[in-house]
Design a protein around this ligand. Structure first.
Ligand code: OKP
Ligand code: ZN
Length: 344
């Protein structure tokens, strides 16, 4: 399977994050990307395709202009205000809000955030743009006839909503790809989010629409980040009613139950007349993951990939989470190789 990646992710270097009342070393690191690349190379995947820049119009189709303006200028305004530390929000705007966007950078930071584990540093914006470009380039390859492509996005994207960052996510790469599929001729797209955390950002972006189905299997938000989204009653709105599907499962869930739920989502996606599939591929469902309470093992990832490959849909995989550094590469490549086995 072809893969797309960019070294430009490296300029996003979060140092610490707020975790269980302490500032601890960031879980979302550049080393995650290195381990995935090492596994791709060990498994003799094709050399990478390098991304083309993502069009500003496409970013603006999934995020609001004030939010994109904020992301693009946040660190400079922070430095101009006399800071050199990473930016971590400390107050949050209630939503919906009638409040105008604050002028001060500390206020803007909280206005566009929903969680405090995620920091913005000097090189965050170029890395975020590169991550979206990786997704868009992968999508264009699939739209041009490539049966399946892996977009090695970093930072991840599925928590980023129209105008909010958090959960290590800034621009929603999977949403960029889904919108890209539509722009390039697809009528019906599905995003299947298998990261252990609910993809609240993707859900919010497409909540009112019937051209992108968003289906997510994740740890129950009663027990797991992002806490306030991902319940079964969240089903979409207006013409989008029925096009958001949430299947939360309890902490401790093992492969058998996870997989039967996943197969159910796969059938629903096929029935919707899907032309192109985006998989938000988090491998933090792994039993050894420090941030995920599910109990999947490496062979399970291969079985998952075979199932997706068997759906026979043009498929773009966008990398999301996975924090068990020693296993992230093996598990990710197990999905991709499983897909190719089944698709042949
Ligand atoms: C991002 B992605 C646990 C707090 C969880 C944030 C997790 C972000 C996950 N005490 N912190 O979906 O992999
Ligand atoms: Zn996750």
């Amino acid at each position: 399977m072809k893969n797309v990646r960019s070294d430009d992710h490296r300029t996003h270097q979060p140092q610490v994050e707020l975790h269980d009342g302490l500032l601890v070393p960031s879980f979302e690191t550049a080393e995650r990307w290195d381990h995935i690349v090492a596994a791709l190379e060990a498994s003799e995947h094709d050399p990478p395709e390098t991304p083309d820049a993502v069009e500003p119009e496409l970013l603006a189709a999934v995020h609001t202009p004030p939010y994109l303006a904020f992301l693009s200028e946040a660190f400079q305004q922070w430095e101009a205000a006399g800071h050199s530390t990473p930016m971590i929000p400390a107050s949050f705007a209630p939503r919906p809000t009638d409040s105008p966007e604050p002028a001060d950078i500390a206020g803007r930071l909280g206005y566009f955030a929903f969680a405090a584990e995620t920091s913005i540093t000097d090189g965050t914006w170029p890395a975020v743009r590169a991550s979206a470009a990786v997704a868009r380039t992968g999508q264009k390859l699939v739209s041009a006839g490539e049966p399946s492509v892996f977009a090695l996005c970093r930072p991840p994207g599925h928590h980023a909503g129209p105008d909010r960052f958090g959960g290590y996510c800034f621009v929603n790469n999977a949403a960029v790809a889904a919108q890209g599929f539509l722009d390039d001729g697809a009528d019906q797209v599905a995003v299947l989010d298998v990261d252990v955390h609910h993809g609240n950002g993707t859900q919010e972006i497409f909540y009112d629409r019937d051209d992108v189905m968003v289906a997510s299997i994740h740890a129950d938000p009663q027990h797991c980040f992002p806490w306030f989204w991902g319940h079964p009653h969240e089903q979409g709105r207006g013409v989008g009613d029925g096009y958001t599907i949430n299947r939360p499962l309890l902490p401790g869930t093992r492969f058998a139950e996870w997989f039967s739920t996943l197969q159910d989502l796969g059938r629903t996606i096929l029935k919707a007349g899907t032309d192109a599939l985006v998989v938000s591929l988090g491998v933090d469902t792994y039993a050894g993951d420090p941030l995920g309470p599910f109990e999947l093992h490496t062979p399970d990832f291969a079985a998952f990939g075979r199932f997706i490959g068997g759906l026979g849909l043009p498929t773009l995989y966008c990398m999301e989470g996975g924090y068990a550094i020693e296993a992230i590469g093996t598990n990710t490549v197990a999905v991709l190789d499983g897909h190719e086995d089944a698709a042949q």
